[in-house]
Design a protein around this ligand. Structure first.
Ligand code: UDP
Ligand code: MN
Length: 297
Protein backbone atom coordinates (compact mmCIF):
# COMPACT_ATOMS: atom_id res chain seq x y z
CA UNK A 1 0.00 0.00 0.00
CA UNK A 2 1.04 3.60 -0.67
CA UNK A 3 2.33 6.33 1.54
CA UNK A 4 -0.13 7.70 4.08
CA UNK A 5 -1.17 11.28 3.36
CA UNK A 6 -1.76 13.62 6.29
CA UNK A 7 -5.48 14.34 6.79
CA UNK A 8 -5.07 17.94 5.62
CA UNK A 9 -3.95 16.75 2.18
CA UNK A 10 -6.93 14.45 1.91
CA UNK A 11 -9.21 17.40 2.63
CA UNK A 12 -7.58 19.49 -0.08
CA UNK A 13 -8.03 16.68 -2.58
CA UNK A 14 -11.66 16.16 -1.68
CA UNK A 15 -13.74 18.02 -4.25
CA UNK A 16 -16.87 18.55 -2.22
CA UNK A 17 -18.80 21.75 -1.48
CA UNK A 18 -19.44 20.47 2.04
CA UNK A 19 -15.71 20.44 2.70
CA UNK A 20 -14.92 23.50 4.79
CA UNK A 21 -11.58 23.99 3.02
CA UNK A 22 -13.15 24.05 -0.42
CA UNK A 23 -13.56 27.70 -1.24
CA UNK A 24 -12.22 28.50 -4.66
CA UNK A 25 -13.30 29.64 -8.09
CA UNK A 26 -11.63 28.77 -11.37
CA UNK A 27 -13.40 31.48 -13.42
CA UNK A 28 -11.93 34.50 -11.61
CA UNK A 29 -8.57 35.72 -10.31
CA UNK A 30 -8.57 34.99 -6.57
CA UNK A 31 -5.21 36.46 -5.60
CA UNK A 32 -2.88 39.21 -6.80
CA UNK A 33 0.84 38.58 -7.43
CA UNK A 34 1.51 40.38 -4.12
CA UNK A 35 -0.68 37.87 -2.28
CA UNK A 36 -3.73 40.02 -1.69
CA UNK A 37 -6.98 38.04 -1.87
CA UNK A 38 -9.63 39.21 -4.35
CA UNK A 39 -13.02 38.74 -2.74
CA UNK A 40 -15.59 36.95 -4.88
CA UNK A 41 -18.63 35.03 -3.70
CA UNK A 42 -17.64 31.40 -3.19
CA UNK A 43 -14.03 32.08 -2.18
CA UNK A 44 -14.45 32.47 1.59
CA UNK A 45 -16.34 31.10 4.56
CA UNK A 46 -18.35 33.81 6.30
CA UNK A 47 -19.01 31.63 9.35
CA UNK A 48 -15.28 31.40 10.13
CA UNK A 49 -14.73 35.10 9.39
CA UNK A 50 -17.69 36.27 11.46
CA UNK A 51 -16.45 34.28 14.44
CA UNK A 52 -12.96 35.76 14.13
CA UNK A 53 -14.18 39.36 13.98
CA UNK A 54 -16.85 38.87 16.68
CA UNK A 55 -14.19 37.54 19.03
CA UNK A 56 -12.28 40.80 18.55
CA UNK A 57 -15.51 42.81 19.10
CA UNK A 58 -14.61 44.89 16.07
CA UNK A 59 -16.45 48.15 15.34
CA UNK A 60 -16.65 49.25 11.72
CA UNK A 61 -17.10 52.88 10.64
CA UNK A 62 -18.99 53.50 7.41
CA UNK A 63 -18.31 57.01 6.05
CA UNK A 64 -20.72 58.55 3.59
CA UNK A 65 -21.18 62.07 2.24
CA UNK A 66 -24.58 63.59 1.57
CA UNK A 67 -23.93 67.18 0.55
CA UNK A 68 -26.68 69.38 -0.88
CA UNK A 69 -29.29 67.38 -2.82
CA UNK A 70 -27.55 64.07 -2.17
CA UNK A 71 -29.36 63.80 1.18
CA UNK A 72 -32.22 62.22 -0.82
CA UNK A 73 -30.12 59.05 -1.07
CA UNK A 74 -29.69 58.60 2.69
CA UNK A 75 -32.94 56.83 3.48
CA UNK A 76 -32.50 53.92 1.07
CA UNK A 77 -28.77 53.80 1.79
CA UNK A 78 -29.24 53.43 5.56
CA UNK A 79 -32.26 51.13 5.34
CA UNK A 80 -30.47 48.69 3.07
CA UNK A 81 -27.27 48.97 5.13
CA UNK A 82 -29.24 47.85 8.18
CA UNK A 83 -30.27 44.73 6.26
CA UNK A 84 -26.95 43.86 4.60
CA UNK A 85 -23.94 45.76 5.98
CA UNK A 86 -21.84 44.02 8.66
CA UNK A 87 -24.82 42.14 10.09
CA UNK A 88 -24.08 41.00 13.66
CA UNK A 89 -21.17 43.43 14.11
CA UNK A 90 -20.84 46.87 15.67
CA UNK A 91 -21.27 49.71 13.17
CA UNK A 92 -20.98 53.49 13.29
CA UNK A 93 -22.44 55.35 10.33
CA UNK A 94 -20.58 58.63 9.87
CA UNK A 95 -22.74 60.91 7.76
CA UNK A 96 -21.01 64.03 6.50
CA UNK A 97 -23.57 66.62 5.47
CA UNK A 98 -24.25 70.34 5.18
CA UNK A 99 -27.96 69.64 5.87
CA UNK A 100 -28.17 67.79 9.21
CA UNK A 101 -31.92 68.43 9.41
CA UNK A 102 -32.39 66.30 6.28
CA UNK A 103 -30.79 63.16 7.75
CA UNK A 104 -33.65 60.65 8.06
CA UNK A 105 -34.33 58.78 11.30
CA UNK A 106 -33.89 55.17 10.28
CA UNK A 107 -34.51 52.44 12.91
CA UNK A 108 -31.18 50.84 13.86
CA UNK A 109 -30.36 47.38 15.21
CA UNK A 110 -28.44 46.93 18.45
CA UNK A 111 -24.80 48.01 18.40
CA UNK A 112 -25.33 50.36 15.48
CA UNK A 113 -25.21 54.18 15.62
CA UNK A 114 -25.63 57.15 13.30
CA UNK A 115 -23.20 60.04 13.81
CA UNK A 116 -24.00 63.21 11.87
CA UNK A 117 -20.96 65.35 11.08
CA UNK A 118 -21.81 68.82 9.84
CA UNK A 119 -19.44 70.10 7.17
CA UNK A 120 -19.40 72.89 4.60
CA UNK A 121 -20.39 72.44 0.98
CA UNK A 122 -18.64 73.54 -2.22
CA UNK A 123 -20.19 74.93 -5.41
CA UNK A 124 -18.69 72.33 -7.76
CA UNK A 125 -19.60 68.64 -7.51
CA UNK A 126 -16.04 67.75 -8.44
CA UNK A 127 -14.78 69.61 -5.40
CA UNK A 128 -17.39 68.02 -3.12
CA UNK A 129 -16.26 64.62 -4.29
CA UNK A 130 -12.54 65.42 -3.89
CA UNK A 131 -12.82 67.11 -0.49
CA UNK A 132 -13.96 63.79 0.96
CA UNK A 133 -10.28 62.87 1.23
CA UNK A 134 -9.49 65.92 3.36
CA UNK A 135 -12.49 65.42 5.63
CA UNK A 136 -12.02 61.68 6.16
CA UNK A 137 -8.40 62.44 6.92
CA UNK A 138 -9.04 65.08 9.56
CA UNK A 139 -11.86 63.13 11.23
CA UNK A 140 -9.71 59.99 11.30
CA UNK A 141 -7.20 61.75 13.48
CA UNK A 142 -9.75 63.58 15.67
CA UNK A 143 -12.37 60.95 16.12
CA UNK A 144 -12.44 57.70 14.13
CA UNK A 145 -9.18 56.44 15.63
CA UNK A 146 -10.85 56.44 19.07
CA UNK A 147 -14.13 54.85 17.96
CA UNK A 148 -13.61 52.19 15.28
CA UNK A 149 -11.04 49.66 14.07
CA UNK A 150 -11.82 49.86 10.36
CA UNK A 151 -13.24 52.48 8.01
CA UNK A 152 -15.29 51.73 4.92
CA UNK A 153 -15.62 54.79 2.67
CA UNK A 154 -18.37 54.73 0.05
CA UNK A 155 -20.57 56.78 -2.29
CA UNK A 156 -24.10 57.54 -1.14
CA UNK A 157 -25.95 57.21 -4.47
CA UNK A 158 -26.13 53.47 -3.87
CA UNK A 159 -28.13 50.76 -2.19
CA UNK A 160 -27.03 47.57 -0.49
CA UNK A 161 -28.52 44.59 -2.28
CA UNK A 162 -26.79 41.60 -0.64
CA UNK A 163 -24.38 40.78 2.20
CA UNK A 164 -21.36 43.06 2.70
CA UNK A 165 -19.60 41.66 5.73
CA UNK A 166 -16.25 41.27 7.45
CA UNK A 167 -14.84 39.44 4.43
CA UNK A 168 -14.02 42.91 3.04
CA UNK A 169 -11.91 43.98 6.03
CA UNK A 170 -8.14 44.19 5.81
CA UNK A 171 -5.38 46.75 6.45
CA UNK A 172 -6.01 48.47 3.13
CA UNK A 173 -8.60 47.53 0.55
CA UNK A 174 -9.89 48.80 -2.79
CA UNK A 175 -12.61 47.68 -5.19
CA UNK A 176 -12.34 46.73 -8.86
CA UNK A 177 -14.20 49.31 -10.94
CA UNK A 178 -17.18 47.61 -12.66
CA UNK A 179 -16.25 49.05 -16.06
CA UNK A 180 -12.65 47.81 -15.99
CA UNK A 181 -12.43 44.55 -14.02
CA UNK A 182 -12.00 42.59 -17.26
CA UNK A 183 -10.13 45.31 -19.18
CA UNK A 184 -6.49 45.62 -20.12
CA UNK A 185 -4.10 48.07 -18.49
CA UNK A 186 -3.98 50.19 -21.68
CA UNK A 187 -7.65 51.03 -21.32
CA UNK A 188 -7.56 52.04 -17.64
CA UNK A 189 -8.60 55.68 -17.27
CA UNK A 190 -5.70 56.71 -15.04
CA UNK A 191 -4.58 60.34 -15.16
CA UNK A 192 -2.13 60.42 -18.09
CA UNK A 193 -0.77 63.98 -17.88
CA UNK A 194 2.72 63.84 -16.35
CA UNK A 195 2.19 67.29 -14.81
CA UNK A 196 -0.46 65.88 -12.45
CA UNK A 197 0.33 64.24 -9.12
CA UNK A 198 -2.15 61.53 -10.12
CA UNK A 199 -0.10 60.61 -13.22
CA UNK A 200 0.35 56.89 -13.81
CA UNK A 201 2.77 55.86 -16.59
CA UNK A 202 1.47 53.53 -19.31
CA UNK A 203 3.55 50.60 -18.09
CA UNK A 204 2.43 50.80 -14.46
CA UNK A 205 -0.75 50.01 -12.54
CA UNK A 206 -2.31 46.67 -11.69
CA UNK A 207 -6.05 47.29 -11.62
CA UNK A 208 -8.40 50.21 -12.07
CA UNK A 209 -10.12 50.84 -8.75
CA UNK A 210 -13.43 52.57 -8.08
CA UNK A 211 -13.48 55.83 -6.14
CA UNK A 212 -16.74 54.84 -4.48
CA UNK A 213 -15.58 51.99 -2.20
CA UNK A 214 -12.29 51.73 -0.32
CA UNK A 215 -11.14 51.36 3.25
CA UNK A 216 -8.91 49.74 5.79
CA UNK A 217 -7.73 50.29 9.33
CA UNK A 218 -8.14 53.88 10.52
CA UNK A 219 -4.36 54.30 10.35
CA UNK A 220 -4.14 53.11 6.73
CA UNK A 221 -7.13 55.21 5.65
CA UNK A 222 -5.54 58.17 7.43
CA UNK A 223 -2.33 57.70 5.40
CA UNK A 224 -4.19 57.18 2.11
CA UNK A 225 -6.45 60.21 2.48
CA UNK A 226 -3.51 62.39 3.59
CA UNK A 227 -1.45 61.51 0.50
CA UNK A 228 -4.43 61.92 -1.83
CA UNK A 229 -5.45 65.26 -0.35
CA UNK A 230 -1.89 66.59 -0.47
CA UNK A 231 -1.55 65.51 -4.11
CA UNK A 232 -4.80 67.31 -4.95
CA UNK A 233 -3.55 70.50 -3.28
CA UNK A 234 -0.28 70.42 -5.25
CA UNK A 235 -2.28 70.03 -8.47
CA UNK A 236 -4.79 72.71 -7.49
CA UNK A 237 -1.96 75.23 -7.01
CA UNK A 238 -0.95 74.51 -10.61
CA UNK A 239 -4.52 74.75 -11.90
CA UNK A 240 -4.75 70.99 -12.50
CA UNK A 241 -7.59 68.67 -11.52
CA UNK A 242 -7.18 64.97 -12.30
CA UNK A 243 -9.45 63.48 -14.95
CA UNK A 244 -11.59 61.44 -12.53
CA UNK A 245 -11.03 63.61 -9.45
CA UNK A 246 -10.51 61.65 -6.20
CA UNK A 247 -10.69 58.33 -8.08
CA UNK A 248 -7.56 59.29 -10.04
CA UNK A 249 -5.58 60.11 -6.88
CA UNK A 250 -6.79 56.91 -5.23
CA UNK A 251 -5.63 54.88 -8.23
CA UNK A 252 -2.23 56.56 -8.11
CA UNK A 253 -1.90 55.73 -4.42
CA UNK A 254 -2.74 52.06 -4.98
CA UNK A 255 -0.02 51.71 -7.62
CA UNK A 256 2.62 52.41 -4.99
CA UNK A 257 0.85 51.34 -1.77
CA UNK A 258 -0.79 48.15 -2.87
CA UNK A 259 -4.02 47.06 -1.19
CA UNK A 260 -3.84 44.03 1.09
CA UNK A 261 -7.28 42.91 -0.12
CA UNK A 262 -9.28 43.69 -3.25
CA UNK A 263 -13.05 43.55 -3.60
CA UNK A 264 -14.62 42.21 -6.77
CA UNK A 265 -17.19 44.35 -8.63
CA UNK A 266 -19.88 42.50 -6.63
CA UNK A 267 -19.17 45.30 -4.16
CA UNK A 268 -19.82 48.17 -6.57
CA UNK A 269 -22.01 47.28 -9.45
CA UNK A 270 -23.96 49.27 -12.01
CA UNK A 271 -26.89 47.59 -13.76
CA UNK A 272 -26.10 49.58 -16.91
CA UNK A 273 -23.52 46.81 -17.38
CA UNK A 274 -26.13 44.04 -17.18
CA UNK A 275 -25.62 41.06 -14.88
CA UNK A 276 -22.81 38.84 -16.21
CA UNK A 277 -22.57 35.18 -15.18
CA UNK A 278 -19.39 35.85 -13.20
CA UNK A 279 -21.39 37.83 -10.61
CA UNK A 280 -22.94 35.42 -8.13
CA UNK A 281 -24.03 38.27 -5.87
CA UNK A 282 -24.64 41.96 -6.43
CA UNK A 283 -24.00 43.45 -3.06
CA UNK A 284 -23.87 47.21 -3.55
CA UNK A 285 -25.60 48.76 -6.48
CA UNK A 286 -25.46 52.22 -8.07
CA UNK A 287 -28.82 53.99 -8.24
CA UNK A 288 -29.71 55.77 -11.45
CA UNK A 289 -29.59 59.54 -11.05
CA UNK A 290 -30.25 62.60 -13.15
CA UNK A 291 -26.78 64.17 -13.00
CA UNK A 292 -27.85 67.63 -14.11
CA UNK A 293 -30.70 67.83 -11.62
CA UNK A 294 -28.99 66.38 -8.57
CA UNK A 295 -25.47 67.78 -8.80
CA UNK A 296 -26.41 71.44 -8.87
CA UNK A 297 -27.89 73.69 -6.19
N1 UDP B 1 -21.55 64.15 -3.38
C1 UDP B 1 -22.48 64.86 -2.60
N2 UDP B 1 -23.08 65.97 -3.10
C2 UDP B 1 -22.85 66.42 -4.37
C3 UDP B 1 -21.94 65.69 -5.18
C4 UDP B 1 -21.32 64.55 -4.66
O1 UDP B 1 -22.72 64.48 -1.45
O2 UDP B 1 -23.45 67.44 -4.77
C5 UDP B 1 -20.87 62.97 -2.80
C6 UDP B 1 -21.81 61.77 -2.68
O3 UDP B 1 -21.43 61.01 -1.57
C7 UDP B 1 -21.53 61.03 -3.97
C8 UDP B 1 -20.03 61.24 -4.11
O4 UDP B 1 -19.80 62.58 -3.63
O5 UDP B 1 -21.91 59.67 -3.91
C9 UDP B 1 -19.46 61.09 -5.52
O6 UDP B 1 -20.25 61.78 -6.46
P1 UDP B 1 -21.18 61.02 -7.51
O7 UDP B 1 -21.80 59.84 -6.83
O8 UDP B 1 -22.12 62.01 -8.13
O9 UDP B 1 -20.11 60.52 -8.59
P2 UDP B 1 -20.33 59.29 -9.61
O10 UDP B 1 -20.55 58.05 -8.81
O11 UDP B 1 -21.52 59.63 -10.47
O12 UDP B 1 -19.03 59.27 -10.37
MN1 MN C 1 -21.69 57.70 -7.09
Amino acid sequence: SGRQLPPYFLLLQCDSKENFLFHRRSDVLMMTPWFAPIVWEGTYNSEILNEQFRRRNVTVGLTVFAIKKYTVFLNKFLETAETYFMVGHRVNYYIFTDRPEEVPKVPLKEGRNVVVLQVQNYPRWQEISMRRMELINSFSQQRFINEVSYLVCVDVDMRFNDQVGVEILSNLFGTLHPHFYAAERQSFTYERRPASQAYVPRDEGDFYYAGGFFGGTVMEVYKLTKKCHEAMMVDKAKGIEAIWQDESYLNKYFVYYKPTKILSPEYLWDDDLGRPEILKKIRFLALPKNHAAIRNK
